[in-house]
Structures are given as structure tokens and as C-alpha cells.
Design a protein around this ligand. Structure first.
Ligand SMILES: Cc1ncc(COP(=O)(O)O)c(C=O)c1O
Length: 375
């Protein structure tokens, strides 16, 4: 059996043709194909505006530049990739880590308590963890009652729909961000995007993506003005050609993820391996996370990772609590009261899930996992 990763891209002939065609266009970087990709994403998500960028980290950075000011306080989750809260630090704002729910998502009721205690809190950066969307009704209420800005980190959740609200539609948020890293639900190699329904935010984001440069009609042909400190967070047209091709296949990719999640759910029924949540069509199943109570077993989580690796199976932990990272500890974080996150970290791990994971590979993963756990 060749090595099975926990996540992997699905690249077909049509993707290769799309990329090859893009290579012979006049413009290779952020040109007409990027525009088309942005339009396709807007239509897919149901948001008015989309800005495609070089990564989700760039998307988070740019969003933070337009949403936050120095010193602003932002509620966020410890259960994410580092980039979510790093973006808050990039703009000298202050993350406040809130505990998670049993499904791995930030606990929005605890967020409400924080907002009641401190009305100066500016924003919530929530992640639809594993592809499982945050409760949109709660987001709507928090926004309305506390006038708090909401950023939805949809790095895992493109294709997810919560009661008709598509991830990235920004129905109940100011900005949403996506990642198109190869392990995600669709890929552009590296890449990301921001969606928003605010024209004002959109125009600021466009300028910041390209060095803060502005050109107006009354300027001389060669002139530009730098009015803000921006970045080169552009994405290439080659990547966007891949993005357009992948987006067309996204519904199929998600269906395949559903099949795998359903199969895992069925085989783990009444076993010591508990799915993080029972099959739920709301989720886009970027990750399939399970919980195992290692205390009751003769094996540690480290042993399990190592033994599976010896058998060519790559499981992964999503995520180590961000607030306990040395960099964050040096800033005074790490001792927050997060019992659910602590338990999650001890018990959970992600199993392989991606459209090209064959039935035989799924069976092999399940059989090997159960054999190792049962000693
Ligand atoms: C939740 C989340 N946010 C942000 C990112 C950053 O994505 P990128 O690698 O595209 O910068 C990731 C990547 O793993 C992620 O999982």
C-alpha cells in the first residue's frame, strides 16, 4: 500500500488543459482569468464581491487591515491553523481565545458572555472547523445585538451550506476567507480569496492587494499614487485557471467526501472510535475528525500516530491549541480556561478523507486503525 495522506488534491486532465491554456495567454498574473475566477466564486458563494489572493493567510491579513485597528480585541478559536489568529497580531490587534464546543467549533455562547462583559470587543474571527458551519442564527444575533464585526474563516468550508446560507456568502458576516491549498476541498496550488458584500471593503482590499497603489483617470499615463501601505498578495492567472476548473467539480468533490464520511460513520458505530459529529450534510467534510478516549486503552496517541505511519497511513491532529504555542505564551497567552479544547487535544485526530481515496484505501485505514487500537 502506498502512503495514504490525510488530505490530497484531485487533479484531472481538464485541470491540466486549463492550466496549459492559461500559460499561453498574454497576462500570466492577476488578469482576466483572475477576474473570471472571482466572478465564479461570487456566484458560487452568493457574495457580491470576491478578491482572489495568494493564500488564505494573505486573505486574513488583508481582511484584518480593513476590519481592525491597533489594539482592537478579537474573539477567536484556539482550534485552528495558526494563520487565523496570527492575522489579528499582524495588525497589532489582540486575540482573545474562547473555548470550543464538542464539534470543534468556537463556542458562540461563550463569545456572547465575553461581549456582555466587554462591549469594546471589536470582532469575532470564527472558523467553520472541518467544514462544519458555525450556527448562522447565532452569528446574526451577535452581529445585531453587539454590533460586532464578524470574519468567517471558510478555509475548510467551501461548499458547506447552513440552512440555505452558503459558506462565504457573508450573509451574517463582514468578510469570509478561503484557502485553496492542495489539501483543501479545491485547490489552486497555493491561493485564497476574500468575499464580502461591502463595496467599501472590497475597494480597500483591491488596493491593499497591490501595494496600496491607486491610479485615477486624471493622472498622467505612467502615474500612480501610493496612499496606503499595501502588499503583493496577487494570485496568478495560471492558478486561477486551475481554480475555475476545480470550482466546476467542487459539488462532485463534496459528494465524494460525503460518501467517505458516511462510510466511516457506519463502520465506527458502537466502537471506541467516535466521529466528532454524526453525519451532517451541512458540513463540507474538509476533515473527518474522530475522538478516542486513550485513557481507557493500552496505547497512547503518539504510539497510534507512529504505528499508523509504519503502515503508510498519515493521520493528523487538527489542531494544537494556538494559544499554547511558545510565541503566544511569550505574549501572555496559554492559561485560558478551555476545558473542551484541552480534552479535544488529548482525544482527537483526523482520518484520511479526499475524493481520490479509494474504497480499498478506506477499508485499509479502518481495519488497520481498529487492529492497532484493539491491541
Ligand atoms: C482554518 C485555516 N485558516 C487559514 C489557513 C491558511 O491557509 P493558507 O495555507 O492558504 O494560507 C488554513 C490552512 O491550513 C486553515 O486551515
Amino acid at each position: 500500500m502506498k502512503h495514504i495522506h490525510y488530505g490530497k488534491q484531485t487533479i484531472n486532465e481538464d485541470d491540466i488543459i486549463a492550466i496549459t491554456n492559461a500559460m499561453t495567454n498574454d497576462l500570466l498574473t492577476t488578469g482576466p482569468t483572475a477576474k473570471k475566477f472571482e466572478e465564479a466564486l461570487s456566484v458560487y458563494c452568493g457574495a457580491k464581491y470576491t478578491i482572489a489572493v495568494s493564500s488564505a493567510t494573505a486573505a486574513l491579513h488583508l481582511s484584518s487591515l480593513v476590519l481592525l485597528n491597533n489594539g482592537d480585541k478579537v474573539l477567536t478559536t484556539p482550534n485552528s491553523f495558526l494563520a487565523t489568529s496570527n492575522a489579528i497580531l499582524y495588525v497589532n490587534a489582540k486575540p482573545i481565545f474562547v473555548d470550543i464546543e464538542k464539534d470543534g467549533n468556537i463556542n458562540l455562547d461563550l463569545c456572547e458572555k465575553e461581549l456582555q462583559k466587554d462591549p469594546t470587543i471589536k470582532a469575532i474571527y470564527g472558523v467553520h472547523f472541518s467544514g462544519n458551519p458555525l450556527d448562522q442564527n447565532k452569528l446574526k444575533n451577535l452581529r445585531k445585538i453587539y454590533n460586532v464585526l464578524i470574519l468567517e474563516d471558510c478555509a475548510h468550508s467551501i461548499g458547506a451550506i447552513y440552512d440555505g446560507v452558503k459558506a462565504g456568502s457573508c450573509t451574517n458576516s463582514d468578510c469570509s476567507i478561503f484557502s485553496f491549498h492542495p489539501v483543501k476541498n479545491m485547490t489552486t496550488g497555493e491561493g485564497g480569496a476574500i468575499t464580502t458584500n461591502s463595496k467599501e471593503l472590497y475597494e480597500k482590499l483591491l488596493i491593499l492587494r497591490n501595494h496600496g497603489m491607486v491610479k485615477t483617470q486624471d493622472m498622467k499615463p505612467w502615474e500612480y499614487e501610493m496612499q496606503h501601505l499595501g502588499f503583493n498578495y496577487r494570485i496568478t492567472d495560471i492558478q486561477c485557471a486551475l481554480g475555475i476548473s476545480q470550482l466546476k467539480k467542487l459539488p462532485m468533490f463534496i459528494e465524494r467526501r460525503f460518501d467517505i464520511a458516511k462510510k466511516y460513520d457506519a463502520v465506527f458505530k458502537n466502537s471506541i472510535v467516535k466521529p466528532l459529529y454524526a453525519f451532517d450534510k451541512k458540513s463540507s467534510y474538509h476533515l473527518y475528525v474522530v475522538r478516542v478516549d486513550f485513557h481507557s486503552l493500552n496505547i497512547t496517541k503518539v504510539d497510534l500516530f507512529n504505528k499508523l505511519k509504519e503502515k503508510n497511513i498519515g493521520i493528523q491532529l487538527h489542531y494544537m491549541p494556538i494559544n499554547k504555542q511558545p510565541y503566544y505564551r511569550n505574549l501572555g497567552y496559554g492559561d485560558e480556561n478551555t476545558p473542551n479544547m484541552d480534552r479535544y487535544y488529548k482525544q482527537c485526530f483526523s482520518l484520511p478523507i479526499y475524493p481520490l481515496l479509494s474504497d480499498e484505501e478506506q477499508d485499509y485505514v479502518v481495519k488497520t486503525l481498529m487492529e492497532i487500537l484493539n491491541g
